[in-house]
Design a protein around this ligand. Structure first.
Ligand code: ZN
Ligand code: ZN
Length: 361
């Protein structure tokens, strides 16, 4: 499954310029609606509840929200390179109303106990430009990028050895009372992992990941278009607490071509022809993606007329079936006409009395 940049505003049903108060309100309302305890056995509600919490953990924090507004959920999402030191969730608070507080804090406690404290790393997105020829034939390209790769020594946990956190008894959550609100908060001592590191991994200094420059070969299938994405599974940012790495998404841009225009799998080419070629017909060498093709221009061809070369377009990346190439005829008139030529043209004109504009009146 691909975790692309998520619209946290949409998830909470609020506008992009919502105030912190509005965000909190929207979150509380939705959290109550989709809380797993109120929707037992409802997987969809549980998923929704997770999404809501994820969205609020970012939008409810001004700093993370600003980062998100700028970059989306990748690559600077939760657990991304923006985090320092131990790669754990911090500052994730859940606000509950009095009436619901008891249910909420109990459930949050129970849930935190039941759920492992790890999560998947962020997806990374990288752009890659191709020429139309490369997109046509398909190409394998080496790409180099930086990522937080999981530390192999500690398997991403950051610990060589650890023990249960005594401040939260391994739940990862602490509870405090602030005015009317009971707050279930990530445990400060262990950062929500429920465990305390007794010996930090010497290889990654406890981060669980190591910033690495990676070079991989990416195979771009024939027919790739602007906006196509190639996914390299597990090549994104390292997970948290030993969780799986995210994916690397390569987003393709096909550069404009000097003579060909592309629409989907079809290719368009403007073909200049002389008046004589258009009037009398001609055989012309026309560029295609496969090289030159001999094309017959039928006698009496008009300017703007479109000819079709079946199967000379781009291949579909899915089926390999090729689109068409369309040739748009442009009749080119000589700029400098000497007296002799002028006379000849008038002679031809005199032979054809037909008024080309008669349909206009
Ligand atoms: Zn703790
Ligand atoms: Zn390590």
């Amino acid at each position: 499954m691909t975790t692309e940049s998520k619209d946290y505003y949409k998830i909470l049903g609020i506008s992009k310029n919502a105030s912190q108060d509005e965000i909190k309100k929207a979150y509380r309302k939705l959290a109550r609606k989709y809380h797993p305890d109120l929707n037992p056995g409802n997987k969809a509600a549980e998923q929704k509840f997770k999404e809501i919490n994820e969205a609020y953990s970012v939008l409810g924090d001004e700093k993370k929200r600003a980062e998100y507004d700028q970059f989306g959920t990748s690559p600077f999402g939760p657990g991304g390179p923006g985090f320092e030191g131990f790669r754990t969730y911090t500052g994730q608070e859940t606000f509950d109303f009095g009436g619901f507080a008891d249910i909420f804090s109990d459930i949050f406690g129970a849930r935190t106990k039941a759920e492992p404290h790890y999560s998947r790393g962020p997806d990374l997105i990288m752009g890659l430009e191709l020429s139309l020829e490369e997109a046509f034939s398909g190409v394998t390209k080496p790409i180099t990028f930086n990522r937080e790769a999981p530390c192999k020594v500690c398997n991403g946990t950051g610990a060589e050895s650890s023990k249960v956190c005594e401040d939260c008894n391994g739940t990862g959550t602490s509870k405090t009372q602030k005015g009317f609100f009971k707050m279930s908060q990530v445990c400060n001592s262990c950062g929500g992992t429920g465990r305390k590191i007794t010996k930090v991994c010497s290889s990654c200094s406890g981060r669980g990941s190591i910033l690495q420059t990676e070079t991989v070969k990416v195979k771009i299938p024939a027919g790739a278009d602007t906006g196509s994405r190639v996914k390299l599974k597990g090549m994104g940012g390292a997970g948290i607490g030993g969780g799986p790495s995210g994916d690397l998404l390569i987003e393709i841009t096909v550069q404009p071509h000097r003579i060909f225009k592309r629409k989907g799998d079809d290719i368009y080419l403007d073909l200049p022809v002389t008046f004589a070629e258009a009037a009398l017909g001609a055989k012309i060498e026309v560029p295609t993606l496969d090289g030159l093709a001999a094309v017959t221009i039928p006698p009496g061809t008009h300017g703007g007329q479109r000819l079709k070369l079946s199967g000379k377009g781009m291949p579909s990346p899915k089926t390999g079936a090729r689109g068409n190439q369309y040739i748009d005829i442009k009749i080119v008139v000589p700029k400098n006409i000497d007296n002799k030529a002028r006379e000849k043209i008038r002679e031809i004109e005199a032979l054809y009395k037909e008024n080309p504009r008669k349909g206009l009146y």
